[in-house]
Design a protein around this ligand. Structure first.
Ligand SMILES: [Zn+2]
Length: 255
């Protein structure tokens, strides 16, 4: 029997999986207390594996880990929440992959971040149910940016600090917020944003997710919000996420 400190129990969400050897898989898990960790699930690709169903992508599970020589070993797994619609609906599943990849990109290994864990579990729940998946995803992106230290500034011009007036503005991904028309004109990387889209963004940043349920956005507002979050994220990650392209393709096919 391993001694007590050689095993630990935690809740975890499966972020990534990779086949390993004959019948094993290496998983990237996101946990509330230990952050992002890698662990091996032995024999999980065998048809008789009892762990397999509890270690699918997006699944939230209780796992028992044992310290291995190179990597922790998953000795038990039991589903807490399966988020089944994410598995059964291609569009939901694609948004789910995107949200998971985004978290993966913004998170260093083994850095504890309980609020971010809670955000991810909530977001997967929203994506399993939401009518407006794009809106739920924008909300998740805004919250994640805030937690990563990139909270958008939407009340004061990020160039000279003047209060933003009730009129159409510009937005600068590099400076992370609204830019007044005087500063925004001809500013490299800044693009126009309508007063309406700015108001929606302010509302989303300050409100709990439940407040969004009744929100019905026009196609152009959706487009503006997506431009703000995508350009901000791309700026910070310095590259386009792989799944953004995939998400676009899937949406063009389905919607
Ligand atoms: Zn200004």
């Amino acid at each position: 029997m391993p001694s007590r400190e050689r095993t630990f129990r935690t809740e975890a969400i499966v972020l990534r999986r990779k086949d390993f050897g004959e019948a094993d898989r290496v998983l990237t898990l996101f946990t509330p207390e230990a952050g992002k960790i890698r662990a091996i699930a032995k024999g999980v690709r065998k048809p008789a594996s009892r762990k397999a169903g509890h270690l699918e992508l997006y699944t939230r599970s209780n796992v028992l880990l044992a310290k291995g020589r190179d990597m922790d070993i998953i000795t038990q797994a039991e589903t807490v929440q399966a988020y089944r619609p994410l598995r059964e609906d291609l569009l939901r599943s694609t948004y789910g992959s995107y949200c998971i990849e985004l978290l993966d990109q913004f998170t260093p290994d083994e850095a504890e971040n309980k609020p971010l864990y809670d955000l991810l579990t909530q977001a997967l729940g929203w994506l399993a149910e939401a009518r407006d998946l794009a809106l739920a995803t924008r909300y998740y992106e805004l919250q994640l940016l805030g937690m990563a230290g990139y909270q958008l500034e939407l009340f004061y011009c990020v160039v000279k600090g003047e209060k933003i007036a009730a009129e159409d503005q510009f937005f600068s991904p590099a400076e992370g917020g609204a830019v007044c028309p005087a500063c925004g004109e001809n500013r490299q990387g800044a693009f126009p944003i309508s007063l309406n889209a700015l108001k929606v963004l302010r509302f989303m940043i300050r409100s709990p997710y439940d407040a969004l349920r009744e929100l019905k956005l026009s196609a152009s507002a959706h487009h503006e919000l997506e431009r703000v979050t995508q350009r901000t994220i791309t700026y910070h990650l310095e590259r386009q996420l792989k799944s953004v392209e995939f998400l676009k393709q899937v949406r063009q096919t389905i919607e």
